[in-house]
Design a protein around this ligand. Structure first.
Ligand SMILES: *[C@@H]1O[C@H](CO)[C@@H](O)[C@H](O)[C@H]1NC(C)=O
Ligand SMILES: *[C@@H]1O[C@H](CO)[C@@H](O)[C@H](O)[C@H]1NC(C)=O
Ligand SMILES: *[C@@H]1O[C@H](CO)[C@@H](O)[C@H](O)[C@H]1NC(C)=O
Ligand SMILES: *[C@@H]1O[C@H](CO)[C@@H](O)[C@H](O)[C@H]1NC(C)=O
Ligand SMILES: *[C@@H]1O[C@H](CO)[C@@H](O)[C@H](O)[C@H]1NC(C)=O
Ligand SMILES: *[C@@H]1O[C@H](CO)[C@@H](O)[C@H](O)[C@H]1NC(C)=O
Length: 452
């Protein structure tokens, strides 16, 4: 070490005494008459020009100089003994290999985004997907880490953004650790909206997926590969829509696709051709998700009636909206699902039926109560009619036809004095007739049909 230093001092002293004579270059023969080019840090060793520190330097063909390998000493204190026996000291620096600089500690170090390979050269750090053995071999500026031998992003908080060629923080992750958030997300703190939040947040119109991506929301323009919809939507005809068009509709209040009765409520959906996700869907009102042999479907809750793939409220049950059993012709009246005026609920067929005097549709069979039929109204060809007793008249205050004994239709109907002539009223004005008579609308038909 001491002799090396002396030799170096000598070499450096030569540097300062360079004359304008021609010098031999690297690998060329040298002797007392032919000196090596000391400006290129060469010295004559065994008759050949070599780098002054052969083990720590290499000859750079481009600059035609000997340069110091990375992690080797590049800064020396030169000492000159003057005639006065005093020492003159100064710092001599040797050049480092390409992409390295002589650091303050006196050693060559790779510039940022270069790493030292096993030969002592500085090579560019690897980009995404490049081979690596340690984090230091991956580009730090791109926030890459060495994961399983490849430069990659930390999956728990980031993903590779191919457009910006770097790792981007996922929605829901700390954005201050990264240069950017995933596509379609922003860092609220950086945008100045808030000085506390530093979590990547999806921009409006984009929905945060389970995987922390911000994907196109319902109705947005999409492309299956380049701009995918969030996994809860499918890209259909260039727009993000419900996956199961025939079984779902978009509930704007919920911002979700709701499944009709017997539509899917839990489904494996392949997403981006890569991931498969179990996606859950809400069911229409009054329906719930039920599993049947591994298939999850929306079914009406107990006490509700399936009708046109919706769940309707049954007769007599409390109702808030208009979800009463449509097939039964029920409406929401006084807070309960009831038949309209002049109709009565028939438990045996779960339908409202027209009492005598009720409007009816001529071709609709069995709408009028037993013993009555739909009779054309005023002879007009409107297709509408009025329920009238088949045999003759009306009994009692309940607008029913008299029961005709065990065989049904032959006995004479009893006419009640208290009931006005129905035909006369109907002929006069059916509307006023309906409004003047208030009727119990949810009577038990068996009670009505029993003899008074
Ligand atoms: C260095 O350059 C010389 C000519 O310029 C060439 O002959 C030689 O092969 C080069 N050496 C290396 C190691 O590239
Ligand atoms: C990366 O490593 C793999 C396997 O070790 C090798 O086959 C491949 O050639 C390497 N790639 C590069 C660019 O060195
Ligand atoms: C990835 O990020 C998580 C969350 O910040 C952290 O706990 C974990 O140590 C990171 N993994 C690596 C390999 O750095
Ligand atoms: C949409 O969802 C809301 C909230 O659950 C619900 O009240 C509403 O009835 C739904 N709309 C439709 C049309 O089902
Ligand atoms: C989704 O698929 C996986 C594997 O293919 C299966 O184990 C799972 O039961 C499926 N889930 C549903 C809800 O279908
Ligand atoms: C209808 O009335 C009859 C006779 O009162 C009764 O036996 C029957 O249980 C009632 N049905 C309903 C659904 O209330």
């Amino acid at each position: 070490m001491h002799s090396l230093l002396l030799k170096l001092i000598v070499a450096l002293m030569i540097v300062s005494q360079v004359q304008s004579t021609l010098r031999a270059s690297f690998g060329e023969a040298c002797d007392k008459g032919v000196r090596c080019d000391s400006r290129s840090s060469l010295s004559c060793s065994d008759g050949i020009c070599q780098c002054i520190k052969p083990n720590e330097m290499t000859f750079d063909n481009t600059t035609r100089k000997c340069v110091v390998f990375s992690s080797e000493r590049c800064s020396y204190t030169a000492v000159e003994i003057l005639e006065t026996a005093q020492e003159k000291r100064w710092t001599e620096k040797l050049e480092c290999v390409e992409n390295a600089i002589c650091n303050n500690d006196g050693y060559c170090g790779c510039k940022s985004e270069f790493f030292e390979n096993t030969d002592g050269f500085c090579v560019p750090k690897r980009s995404f997907g490049g081979n690596c053995t340690s984090d230091g071999e991956c580009r730090l500026d791109k926030k890459l880490l060495c994961i399983d031998g490849k430069c990659a992003c930390n999956k728990t908080e980031a993903t590779f953004d191919p457009f910006h060629n770097e790792c981007a923080a996922l929605a829901g992750s700390d954005c201050m650790k990264y240069n950017r958030c995933v596509i379609n997300a922003y860092c609220p703190r950086r945008q100045g909206y808030s000085y506390t939040a530093n979590i990547c947040t999806c921009r409006p119109q984009f929905k945060q997926s389970k995987h922390g991506l911000c994907l196109i929301n319902y109705g947005g323009s999409c492309h299956p590969e380049s701009s995918p919809c969030s996994e809860v939507w499918a890209c259909i005809n260039g727009k993000c829509q419900c996956h199961f068009q025939d079984h779902q509709f978009f509930n704007t209040t919920l911002g979700k696709c709701s499944s009709y009765v017997r539509g899917p409520c839990l489904e494996n959906i392949s997403f981006n051709d890569k991931d498969e996700d179990v996606v859950s869907f809400t069911c229409v009102e009054n329906a719930e998700c039920k599993a049947d042999h591994g298939v999850h479907e929306c079914r009406c809750k107990d006490g509700f009636i399936e009708n046109k793939r919706m769940c309707n409220i049954a007769h007599g049950q409390p109702c808030a909206g208009q979800l009463c059993d449509e097939a039964a012709n029920l409406i929401c009246k006084n807070g309960r699902c009831s038949c309209p005026d002049f109709q009565i609920y028939d438990n045996s067929i779960s339908k409202c039926r027209g009492l005598v005097g009720s409007k009816c549709i001529l071709k609709e069979n069995n709408f009028c109560i037993d013993g009555a039929a739909c009779d054309s109204y005023r002879g007009l060809a409107t297709g509408e009619g009025v329920c009238r007793c088949i045999s003759a008249s009306v009994t009692g205050p309940n607008r029913k036809c008299n029961s005709n004994g065990p065989n049904g239709n032959s006995a004479k109907l009893e006419v009640s004095e208290s009931v006005p002539d129905l035909d006369a009223i109907v002929d006069n004005n059916v509307e006023s007739f309906e409004t003047t008579l208030v009727f119990e609308n949810s009577l038990n038909i068996t009670e009505i049909l029993s003899p008074v």
